[in-house]
Design a protein around this ligand. Structure first.
Ligand code: PEP
Ligand code: MG
Length: 327
């Protein structure tokens, strides 16, 4: 099977009825960019910039950040790289930074990611400059984690735009374009789609955090790992509720959580109208094989039918549908 997946490297992820899906990979280290060539992926849909901070003994200075970002963009060539600004804090506290809020009872719901970055804005200003300088002459894609309200995205974008203007005023070479996206992983943001959609260039749904917040179930707790299924009606209906308005507004919406890396889950996502997935590199082959065996219009109809009258075992129902339809 491995050889069969490798043989798919150079064929596009197109459904049987001719719909092209954008398949990208998740990455976080310099060497991860090599996965683009081994998998034939369309780009890096999630570059977790906090990895560099987490593996460093000291705060990575702007020059070091910039070098990493430039190396990754160079390795990606024409393929897009979506850089997610640092998602640290909570359980990912940095010992060399005084960002420890003290003992948090619920670090996942704590002072982390954009919440921390907007307050400690020196950190994000340095990262903004590093990204903007690294993106000189290219299109730079930036995405903010844990956006809970639309204004947080607006503030983060304004911070980046101020750095872009400042660098421009100093005669620095700038990106050709900067595209800004929000991660949708805190359910509250779904109630502010009308406020955020006019201002974002794209949305990326982080199903890892979204699932834990939607079900109030710690994603790191093994006791709960099997309890709530990604294919449950709650998750699928939630996603459907987000995809509709995003598509109407012409805003590309993808999924960058682990859910998209499972073939049956990816099939369901495509049936909900999602056509961009960013997944772990090892999943590209299996997901691409699934896509090439799938009729998008048929799964779209099946998802509408199932979500109108959900059964308890949605996984079983979707698995049976896949088997009957040669997926
Ligand atoms: C997510 O939450 O789904 C996600 C992609 O981000 P992370 O796993 O890094 O929190
Ligand atoms: Mg997340």
């Amino acid at each position: 099977r491995r050889a069969a997946f490798a043989a798919l490297r150079d064929v596009p992820p197109v459904t049987k009825d001719g719909h092209r899906v954008t398949l990208m990979v998740n990455a976080g280290l310099r060497d991860d960019a090599a996965a683009l060539d081994t998998t034939g992926a369309d780009g890096i849909g999630l570059f977790r910039t906090e990895f560099q901070f987490l593996v460093s003994a000291t705060l990575p200075q702007r020059e070091r950040q910039q070098r990493l970002y430039r190396d990754v963009m160079e390795a990606a060539g024409d393929r897009p790289v979506v850089f997610r600004t640092i998602d640290i804090g909570g359980d990912k506290a940095l010992p060399y930074l005084n960002t420890d809020p003290g003992d948090e009872e619920n670090p996942a719901m704590g002072w982390r990611a954009l919440r921390l970055a907007l307050e400690r804005d020196g950190l994000m200003k340095a990262q903004a400059r590093a990204l903007i300088e690294a993106g000189a002459g290219r299109t730079l894609n930036v995405m903010f984690p844990m956006v809970s309200e639309a204004w947080e995205f607006d503030e983060a974008k304004a911070l980046f735009e101020a750095q872009r203007a400042w660098l421009g005023s100093r005669g620095r070479r700038l990106p050709l374009d900067v595209r800004y996206g929000a991660m949708l992983e805190v359910p509250a943001l779904a109630e502010q789609l009308d406020l955020i959609l006019p201002n974002v260039d794209f949305l990326s749904i982080g199903t890892n955090d979204l699932t834990q917040f939607l079900f109030a179930a710690d994603r790191a707790n093994p006791k709960l790992a099997e309890r709530y299924d990604w294919l449950s009606p709650s998750i699928l209906r939630f996603l459907r509720r987000v995809v509709g308005p995003a598509r109407e507004a012409g805003v590309p919406v993808g999924v960058c959580g682990e859910m998209g890396g499972r073939p049956l889950e990816a099939m369901a996502l495509i049936g909900l109208g999602i056509d961009r997935l960013s997944i772990t590199p090892a999943a590209v082959g299996p997901v691409k094989a699934m896509i090439r065996s799938l009729d998008r219009d048929a799964i779209t109809a099946e998802m509408a039918r199932l979500l109108a009258h959900p059964v308890r075992d949605m996984r079983g129902a979707l698995g049976a549908w896949a088997a009957t339809n040669g997926v």
